[in-house]
Design a protein around this ligand. Sequence first.
Ligand code: FAD
Length: 414
Amino acid sequence: MSTSTYDAIVVGGGPAGATAATLLAQHGRHVLLLERERFPRYHIGESLMPHTWFTFERLGVLDWLKQSGSPRKHSVQFVSTSGTVSQPFYFFKTITEDWASTWQIRRSDFDKMMLENAAAAGVEVREGVAVRDALREGDRVVGVRADVTGGGSETHHAHVVVDATGRDALLAGKLGWRQRDPDLNKIAIFAYFTGALRDPGLDEGATTVAYIPEKGWFWYIPLANDTVGVGVVAEHDYLYRETRDPEAIFRREAESCRWIREHLAPGTRQGPIQVTGEFSYRATRAAGDGFCLVGDAFSFLDPVFSSGVYLALKSGELAADTIHAALDTGGVTAATFEQYERDLRHGLDSFRQLVLAFYDPTFNFGEFIGTHPDLQPQLVDALVGNVFKDLRPLMDALGSYTGGAKQPVKATDS
Ligand SMILES: Cc1cc2nc3c(=O)[nH]c(=O)nc-3n(C[C@H](O)[C@H](O)[C@H](O)COP(=O)(O)OP(=O)(O)OC[C@H]3O[C@@H](n4cnc5c(N)ncnc54)[C@H](O)[C@@H]3O)c2cc1C
C-alpha cells in the first residue's frame, strides 16, 4: 500500500502512456507508470506516420530512431485488385524538412526504449503491475488498485489517472463508454516472414497497401532483420465465408492477391498467424473527474493509414500538457479535458473520413485529386498525420465517399 500521492498515475506503458508520463515528468510532475507486462513484449502497429516526428522531438528519442536500424519509410504505395502498382506516394515530394521520412519499427524494441526514456525523465516505472480498477471518492477517480505479478495487491493515489491501457480500454470498459464503430466492422489476420521480397533503394522501407475485392486490403511492412509484417484486413463475413481457420484464410487471400503472392514466394513464415477482431471503436467520453483516456484506451481506428501510434503519441502529448496546466490552477476535473476531447475527436474524425473514403468502392486517390487539385495539400496533410488543424474543404469533399456510413460516435451530453 502506497501512502504518497502522485501528481499523475499512468496506467499502461505503450506509446500513449510512455508519452504522457515522460512529458509530465519533463514538466516537473511526480509520475507513477504501471505496466502489466515486462518489456520487451510483442505488439502490433509497426508503421509510423511522418507527423510522429514532432512528439519524438519533444520526447528526445529521435536519435534512438535514427540509429535503430529500422527501415526508413519514405512512401506508401497502393496495388489495385488487378495488380497494378501505383506511383509511390513519396512524402518528400511535398515536405522538404527532415520529417518527410519516418520509420517501420519493431514495437518490442521501440516500446521498451520509450519506457526507459520515461524512467530517465524521472517517471517511476513499475512493470508487472496490472491495474484492476480505479479508486473513487464519489464520482471522482483518486487512484488505482493493482495486482502485482507474483502476488500481492496495492493501491496508489494521485491527482489524476491517465488510462493508457490500449485496446483493453480499462476505464471505458468499466464505465460502459466503449462503442464499436458500426461502419468499420473489420478483422485483421496477420503474420511475419523472413526472406520475402522487398523493393530496392528508396522503396525498401515503403508500406504497400494491396487491395483485395470486397472492401479489404493487405499491408506489407518491411521491418529490420529481413522481416516483413503482412496482414489482411476485411469484413468478418468475407474472410470467414468458407472457414474460420486463420491459417487457411491467410493462405487463401495471399494466394489470390498476385502482388502479395509474388512477394511472399521466397519467404519463410516466422511464428503463428494472429487475429484481431473487435476492430474500430470509440469511447463516448474521453475524461471524467480525476481521469482521462489516451491512445487506444479512448479509440481505435482501422489501421489502413497507420494512424494508431501517431494518435497514441499525440493524445499522450495533449493530455500531458492539459494536466500540467490544470494541476497549477486548482485540480483536474472532467471540464479540464473539454478542449483535449474536442481536439482528439477532430483528429480522429478526419482520419475516419479518410478511412471511409478508402473503403468506398467509387473512391480513387488519383481521380479525387484530378477532380480537386486544390485539395492536394490538405490530402497530403491528412496522409502524413497533420490532422489537428482545419481540414474542412477536404473533409467536405471526402464526405461524399462514405460507403453509406453514419456519423462517428459523438460525445454524450451528460
Ligand atoms: C491489426 C493492427 C494493425 C496495426 N497497424 C498499425 C500500424 O501499422 N501503424 C500504427 O501506427 N498503428 C497500428 N496499429 C495500432 C497500434 O497498434 C495502436 O494504435 C497503438 O499501439 C496504441 O498505443 P497505446 O499506447 O494506446 O496502446 P498499447 O500500445 O496497446 O499499450 C497499452 C499498454 O497497456 C498495458 N496494459 C493494458 N491493461 C493494463 C492494466 N490493466 N494495467 C497495466 N497495464 C495495462 C499493456 O500491456 C500495453 O503495454 C495497428 C493495430 C492493429 C490491431
